[in-house]
Design a protein around this ligand. Structure first.
Ligand code: BES
Ligand code: ZN
Length: 683
């Protein structure tokens, strides 16, 4: 793990099962709590250290199995380390026992720990609800615990709340007793599976819901604010279908009896994957069946498929420490697209991936300020910094690359074995490589290390193109790609293990060769055509630079769309990035752009838009080239306007709607002097 031992809680005492009881006061915004933890004392010790933050302690006792309780003689808070140490006069001896702690906490309004949200109900009355957000380090803010992902334990929760409110948690209700007087009820939930503290969650408030059954019989519910149940139908349908898909895909069925998803009025992120109780920002879960846009539906679907992926990757199998956070977020971000693509193939999620997530990864990781996917986290607080585009976008990109190299069957076979072997446990990145090596017999660890332990990615420069007997031969060189075009000293030079995948007229070639050195000669079977493109389907996080003669061959394949959409978009994005870094020239890029005169794919157009508007800004100073750019832009935009038009049609598909939005933005930038466009814009 490479971290200061002092950062982790002492291994002397191990939690096994928590019994947490909380009684919130929904008007004073405080709560009384007790935590009883069954533990194993591993080594003789006179202190029990747990995480705690913004909690006040009343008492702590330790009772050895079959023995009598001993009260702690000291309670020592360390505010900086967010820990509490309970000190005992008589050392605790190795064996089983129970730690009981009584404390008071705040129902804060900081969207972390156990916190309150305010909202206005359908009658315009201001209301308060309570919910939790624990990842990464805030379970300790709700109750004292071993708040580290490897300290998995069983959690049992009891909430005592006003009888008029609804309360739920990760697990279904086990019992409900109304307290004398009838004002309060005590709700106990079933024992959770063995899991990490950051995945525990609960909610208290007033809700409506819609529900449905997954094929496995798991009950799926979407909780909405009162009166808005219909807005939960879309995400409910996505969730049920996704759960069925993942049960098959991961091979281990979803292990809880229910899955709730709830919209929280005040929420710090988009959504959080608490096991069996996923919490969302309202806009990321609820869809107005009448007014919602295509983009909103796609967002909600992606957030749902992402959080449900975590029910396996993250919840069932959890990274041992936060330095492997990418295992959670990178993998969930890949799976999110895999599932959304299965649910809505017409959205072409993988093509969209090339122009948004992949493009973001390549943009950020080309800077000297980037960092490797696997980062040392020496202090727990540093973890907040790694929830970034490198973990999410580059992380999902390297998963996409492994998928391309292994093929779907070996990829899935390896994953199933990984899930089965590590369920309810913790892993490091190497465990995943090992599973794929076993399923495929390929040297996956060697290949992947070069992508996850060093920052940045390569640019492949193609040269010496020759064609003979239906085959092309070229020489390829790899170098670290830097967006600012700065020199890489010999001492800083990097090498990657690059899978060479090629697109030709015949599609994507099956045989993958590995480039391990800085140069390599490559022979491509042109499959009866006259063109080839490396990085087929943009499966590898890298850029490719071609000489003009190879580029010229691709032009007809772009026009005829013999080349796939991800390749058409990727080629353009690469060429633009190369120009900006000083490796390519604007003239060749302009020439390439003219090949897109018949383009009508929404995602390719997103790439064209990025390049045209980017060039427009870069070239402000050069009137001559800018005039050329304007000509090229008009030449390719005009036919699109003729095809797509201004007006939405009833039978417009999801992607046509997105494409029209791109088109209208471009008309404003490049066609502002066209009479027809101006007249239409006025009307
Ligand atoms: N596990 C994260 C939520 C999270 C993020 C917790 C940062 C703590 C710190 C969750 O799975 C997530 O990634 N949510 C994303 C949305 C997702 C669709 C990319 C978010 O909240 O933006
Ligand atoms: Zn996530």
């Amino acid at each position: 793990m490479g971290l200061d031992e002092a950062v982790l809680l002492s291994p002397d005492v191990e939690p096994i099962r928590y019994d947490v009881s909380l009684t919130p006061d929904m008007s004073k915004f405080t709560y009384e709590g007790s935590t009883e933890v069954s533990v194993t004392v591993v080594n003789r010790t006179s202190t029990i250290s747990m995480h705690a933050k913004e909690l006040a302690f009343w008492s702590c006792s330790y009772t050895p199995a079959g023995g009598s309780p001993q009260q702690a003689k000291g309670i020592e808070l360390d505010v900086r380390a967010t820990t509490v140490a309970f000190v005992f006069a008589e050392p605790l001896l190795p064996g089983k026992g129970t730690v009981a702690v009584a404390f008071t906490g705040q129902l804060n309004n900081e969207m972390a720990g156990f916190y309150r949200s305010s909202y206005t109900d359908i009658n315009g009355i201001s209301r308060v609800m309570g919910s939790t957000q624990f990842e990464s380090l805030d379970a300790r803010r709700a109750f004292p615990c071993w708040d580290e992902p490897s300290r998995k334990a069983v959690f049992k929760l009891t909430l005592t709340v006003p009888a008029s409110l609804t309360a739920f948690s990760n697990m279904p209700e086990a019992s409900c007793t109304t307290l004398p007087g009838g004002e309060l009820k005590a709700l106990s939930f079933m024992d959770s599976p063995r899991m990490s503290s950051y995945l525990l969650a609960w909610c208290v408030g007033e809700f409506d819901y819609v529900s449905a059954l997954a094929a496995s019989g798991v009950v799926v519910r979407v909780y909405t604010p009162p009166g808005k149940a219909a807005s939960g139908e879309f995400s409910l349908d996505c969730a049920v279908r996704t759960l069925d898909l993942y049960d098959g895909f991961f091979g281990v069925p979803y292990p809880l009896p229910k899955l709730d998803m709830v919209a929280i009025p005040e929420f710090a992120m988009g959504a959080m994957e608490n096991w069996g109780l996923v919490t969302y920002r309202e806009v990321d879960l609820l869809i107005d069946p009448v007014k919602a846009s295509s983009a909103q539906r796609q967002r909600v679907c992606s957030v749902v498929t992402h959080e449900l992926a975590h029910q396996w990757f993250g919840n069932l199998v959890t990274m041992a420490w936060w330095d492997d956070l990418w295992l959670n977020e990178g993998f969930a971000s890949w799976t999110e697209n895999m599932a959304a693509d299965a649910l809505f193939p017409e959205w072409k999620m993988w093509e969209q991936y090339t122009v948004d997530s992949a493009a973001a990864a390549l943009r950020l990781d080309a800077m000297r300020s980037s960092h490797p996917i696997q980062v040392p986290i020496r202090h727990a607080e540093e973890v907040e910094e790694v929830f970034d585009a490198i973990s999410y976008c580059k992380g999902s990109y390297v998963v996409k690359m492994v998928h391309a190299v292994l093929g779907r069957e070996n990829f899935q076979k390896g994953l199933m074995a990984y899930m089965d072997k590590h369920k309810y446990g913790n892993t490091i990145t190497a465990d995943l490589w090992a599973a794929w090596e076993a399923s495929s017999g390929m040297p996956i660890a060697e290949m992947m290390q070069s992508w996850t332990t060093q920052m940045g990615y390569p640019v492949l420069t193609v040269s010496d193109f020759k064609e003979a007997g239906g085959k092309a031969t070229v020489s390829v060189k790899q170098e670290w790609f830097l967006a600012d075009g700065s020199e890489v000293s010999a001492a800083d030079a990097k090498l990657w293990c690059v899978p060479i995948l090629t697109s030709t007229k015949g599609g994507i070639s099956d045989d993958v060769s590995m480039m391990r050195e800085d140069t390599m000669a490559v022979t491509v079977d042109l499959a009866g055509g006259d063109w080839f493109k490396f990085n087929a389907d943009q499966q590898v996080p890298m850029r490719v630079s071609y000489p003009d003669d190879v580029m010229a061959r691709m032009s007809a394949a772009i026009k005829s769309k013999a080349m796939g959409a991800s390749d058409r978009a990727g080629l353009l994005l690469d060429s633009y990035a190369l120009v900006k870094s000083g490796r390519g020239n604007a003239g060749s890029l302009m020439k390439l752009l003219t090949s897109y005169a018949d383009e009508d794919d929404a995602t390719v157009w997103e790439a064209i838009e990025g390049v045209l508007t980017g060039l427009d800004t870069v070239l402000v100073a050069d009137e001559g080239i800018r005039a050329d750019l304007n000509k090229v832009a008009k030449k390719i935009i005009a036919p699109l306007l003729a095809k797509v038009g201004w007006q939405a049609a009833k039978d417009d598909g999801h992607l046509t709607v997105l494409l029209r939005a791109t088109l209208i933005r471009l008309l404003g930038t490049f066609m502002y002097d066209d009479e027809g466009v101006v007249a239409e814009a006025r009307s």
